[in-house]
Design a protein. Structure first.
Length: 114
């Protein structure tokens, strides 16, 4: 299993970023996918989940209404559209799949600062 995140960067408060996670090594369309994040000095926290078909999406209260998770099963890719970004969204963002065990990507840094 391999998960590779991309799309992070430095953005001003109120700005937007779109993260991508390319997956391989398992049948992508059979598994729910999740995004997590970890800020400096804090524990990793769950951000969003999408069902295998994409029909069910769940969000942490801290990002609800600002972030949107989506997936393209033809491209084996899950996305996280992040709008109205706040400084407290600064973190390393990871995608995750539970395929017999937990797998994580290497993470992509998102920094929200003026």
């Amino acid at each position: 299993v391999r998960l590779v995140e991309s799309g992070g960067g430095l953005v001003q408060p109120g700005g937007s970023l779109r993260l991508s996670c390319s997956a391989s090594g398992f049948t992508f369309s059979d598994y729910a996918m999740r995004w997590y994040r970890q800020a400096p000095g804090k524990e990793r926290e769950w951000v969003a989940r999408i069902s295998n078909s994409g029909s069910i999406r769940n969000y942490a209260d801290s990002v609800k209404g600002r972030f949107a998770i989506s997936r393209d099963n033809a491209k084996n890719t899950v996305y996280l559209q992040m709008n109205s970004l706040k400084p407290e969204d600064t973190a390393v963002y990871y995608c995750h799949v539970h395929y017999w065990e937990d797998y994580w990507g290497q993470g992509t840094q998102v920094t929200v600062s003026s």
